[in-house]
Design a protein around this ligand. Structure first.
Ligand SMILES: [Zn+2]
Length: 373
């Protein structure tokens, strides 16, 4: 490569990484939106350039819902809401989680032993707060939705609400006060968490959209479990991304390691997608009204699904910094292939039909007898 163009390519790569790290600094996130992977409304196929999505939270969840036996409307809903937890609004606002009332930040004088301090977490931002997007990565509920611990009060609470076992969603709101805006929690003078009942608007307990939000929280949890355990071991109050060297698994650029050749990071992604599929299968077996078919097991049909998921995770790196290959688009194609295979397999193999043709037989015979009398 020509020296100058190599310098330019290096510069572009560095600029991309720097932009991404600054944008995502101190946010809680996992399976971030992937460059130009645009939202396509699964209901009508309309494409929304500028609304970027994640190939895991969006494309793969849609495919796996199909494989788990969900009806098309339910699978579409799961796919959209799994992504909506990060996006807040999609389809030009057709789908949205905003306009809710968020927990108010208590003054530091009340929760920090009378000290007057600035709030550093969530970063004070009236526009975000007024928008009231309840799963936003920028509000006080972000650690609850995007960095949940696997406890009854966190991931367990979202699951119980998604299954309608609790009528309302109870979580916690997190606030930090101090001076270090770059490390707002790790270097906080004072942190404060409080249990809250979350205003989920029209997303009702037990509904398909609620389960879509749970799938998001589950994927985030599993993919960040190493980071979470590093933080827990050091007594940190909640999960977040940080560049503090004591928590290497929590680095703000860790999303760049979500995909690609097998290693500790990509293995976490593989575990996350399998956890999502296990949750979909569990739901499918207990919610007949959302499904049409029985789930296809990972190991069935010579392990097609297990192999396809490995390929999805390990075959392509997150991004190509030289922009020669569009890896997110290749993951999207792989997810579409999985979806198509599952649709064809479950439709052609009578073992997957939830409504077996012979279950109609007694009624058919009865009607025949009546009509021939
Ligand atoms: Zn998230």
């Amino acid at each position: 490569m020509h020296r100058r163009s190599r310098w330019l390519a290096g510069c572009a790569a560095l600029a991309l990484c720097l932009t991404l790290s600054v944008v995502f600094l101190s946010q809680a996130l996992s399976f971030s939106e992937e460059e130009t992977l645009w939202f396509v409304d699964p209901d009508d196929g309309q494409r929304y350039p500028a609304e970027a999505v994640s190939s895991v939270h969006f494309d793969l969840v849609g495919a796996l819902a199909e494989c788990a036996g969900f009806s098309r409307p339910s699978a579409n809903m799961l796919q959209v809401y799994s992504q909506l937890a990060d996006s807040n609004k999609l389809g030009g606002g057709k789908y949205n989680l905003c306009g809710r009332s968020l927990p108010a930040a208590p003054p530091s004088t009340q929760v920090c032993q009378g000290q007057t301090l600035s709030r550093t977490w969530p970063r004070p931002d009236p526009t975000q707060e007024n928008a009231g997007c309840f799963t936003s990565r920028y509000n006080s509920l972000a650690p609850f939705f995007h960095f949940a611990h696997d406890t009854p009060a966190e991931l367990g609470a979202i699951r119980a609400w998604a299954y309608g076992e609790t009528p309302t969603l109870r979580g916690f709101a997190a606030f930090a006060y101090g001076t270090d805006v770059l490390e707002p929690v790790i270097h906080a003078t004072c942190t404060y968490t409080t249990p809250v009942e979350i205003d989920t608007g029209d997303v009702a307990a037990g509904s398909t959209p609620a389960f879509g939000l749970y799938l998001h929280a589950l994927a985030d949890h599993v993919s960040q479990q190493t980071c979470l355990s590093q933080l827990v071991a050091a007594g940190q109050p909640w999960g977040l991304q940080t560049n503090d060297p004591r928590f290497p698994a929590c680095a703000t650029n860790s999303f760049l390691h979500d995909f690609g050749p097998r290693d500790a990071d990509t293995d976490q992604t593989a575990q996350a997608v399998r956890a999502v599929y296990a949750a979909l299968v569990d739901r499918s077996m207990t919610r007949e009204q959302e499904t049409l078919y029985y789930p296809i097991l990972l190991t069935a049909h010579d392990g097609y699904l297990a192999r396809a998921l490995d390929e999805f995770v390990y075959a392509w790196p997150t991004v190509d910094v030289n922009r020669q290959q569009d890896y997110p688009e290749q993951r999207r194609q792989k997810a579409a292939e999985i979806k198509q295979w599952c649709a064809a397999t479950r439709a052609s193999d009578p073992a997957y039909a939830r409504v077996r043709w012979f279950s109609f037989l007694p009624a058919v015979i009865r009607n025949f007898r009546l009509s021939t009398r």
